[in-house]
Design a protein. Structure first.
Length: 410
């Protein structure tokens, strides 16, 4: 791309910076804009990912059509399918009219799906179908709809880690990742940090009609050494704080140190538990946790049943003694009448049922056997419907199929 063309793009979208990584991102965005290929923008929170989809749309053949930016993480899981794919009247409580959804309204245009890594698995399956066939079915409808929408997605989640944990579909990742764009973090942009500070200081001064703050050389060096976990958003906040709260208009390193946090904040794409932290994020670990809790409950139940059986045996003996107390001496009968009985008289059927229900499973439970039994019962209760069985067990369809194969239930 020519330098003049690049500068025109930066001026049009108010993009500040000259680092090679940023220039490369803009170059890729302009090259892919005339196509209909899906684009996945990856970068930390606060790096300015939302600018790139706008650049792509405005320089594409769809620029005269509608453009929608949707934050997938801000829409509740129960309504996101309706928001994206629409619904028919009466399909759920509150659906008083038909709704075309974003895919219907944005036909021929562009949809920017921000935080796409937060989409539920069921919604990911619907999105994959739209990307592959251009077809979708509104919530509560039976008629297939067609749409022609360009998808640009963005995420700050480590997608490969999410795939390994079963939180993101691998096939959807490769479908979205036709053209990957990696946004550079602010800490890697060198002198762009000082340029951005200057821009934000000027904007704040104009907005509040005050003298603009400037940086000394040592303050500039400190600014560029800081790692900026909040990226451009954090830099803007700190610039505004200095402009409003600092009485001096020339900011030194000592003054700047009072506004820059000193704690070691994370700069990872997504929070990952440390080696010493235990997490039940994966479905396998969640299932094992449930099985261990089940084992403890069964052991407690076995102990309670043993105590109950013992008390029932004592009760039977008490009844026999009460029936024969006429043959005992008067003193013994009086003592027997005064002796407290732990359990009140119970019907014979109740005692028999309690004894019949006593659990005699071996002390050491086999987790595989329990998992197999749970799976078999779930399939039996749902008439062999695997999707319903997976929903009842709280696991994904893929995990259910893997368990069926593992236990030889095919």
């Amino acid at each position: 791309m020519k330098v003049s063309e690049l500068q025109n793009i930066k001026q049009r979208y108010n993009i500040v910076g000259n680092c090679p990584a940023l220039n490369h991102v803009l170059d890729v965005a302009l090259q892919v804009a005339p196509t209909d290929l899906s684009v996945l923008i990856i970068g930390e929170s606060g790096v300015g990912k939302e600018i790139i989809p706008r650049v792509i749309h405005d320089n594409s053949p769809r620029r005269r059509e509608k453009y929608f930016a949707i934050n997938c993480g801000s829409i509740p899981e129960g309504t996101i399918d309706s928001e994206l794919f629409g619904h028919v009247k009466g399909s759920f409580t509150g659906a008083i009219n038909d709704s075309p959804g974003y895919f219907g309204v944005a036909n021929k245009g562009t949809l920017f799906l921000d935080e796409v890594g937060e989409l539920p698995l069921a919604t990911q399956a619907r999105l994959l179908r739209v990307l592959e066939t251009g077809e979708y079915i509104p919530v509560g409808a039976t008629e297939v709809k067609k749409t022609d929408v360009r998808i640009v997605a963005a995420t700050n989640v480590n997608i490969r880690k999410a795939i390994s944990e079963g939180r993101f579909r691998e096939d959807l990742y490769y479908r979205l990742n036709s053209i990957p764009i990696q946004m550079p973090p602010l800490r890697d942009r060198g002198e762009d940090i000082v340029l951005l500070f200057r821009l934000f200081a000027m904007q704040t001064a104009e907005k509040y009609r005050m003298e603009k703050v400037t940086l000394t050389d040592d303050a500039k060096r400190m600014l560029m050494k800081y790692k900026w976990p909040g990226n451009v958003r954090q830099l803007k906040n700190i610039t505004e704080q200095i402009s409003i709260l600092c009485p001096e208009r020339v900011v030194t390193a000592d003054i700047l140190a009072n506004f820059i946090p000193q704690d070691q904040e994370s700069t990872q794409l997504a929070k990952i538990p440390g080696n010493n932290e235990h997490s039940f994020e994966t479905e396998r670990e969640i299932l094992y946790k449930i099985l261990f809790e089940l084992q403890g409950n069964v052991n407690n139940l076995r102990q309670d049943m043993s105590i109950l059986k013992k008390q029932l045996d004592e009760m039977k003996g008490s009844h026999i003694m009460q029936n024969d107390d006429s043959k005992l001496p008067i003193d013994n009968r009086t003592a027997l009448q005064q002796r407290p009985i732990v359990i009140q008289q119970q019907p014979k059927t109740m005692a028999e049922d309690a004894i019949a229900e006593e659990y005699v499973e071996p002390e050491n439970l086999n987790l595989n056997d329990i998992g197999r039994q749970m799976l078999e019962k779930a399939l039996e209760r749902n008439g062999g419907n695997r999707k319903k069985a997976a929903s009842e067990l709280g696991i994904s369809d893929r995990t259910l199929y893997r368990r069926i194969k593992q236990y030889g239930l095919e």
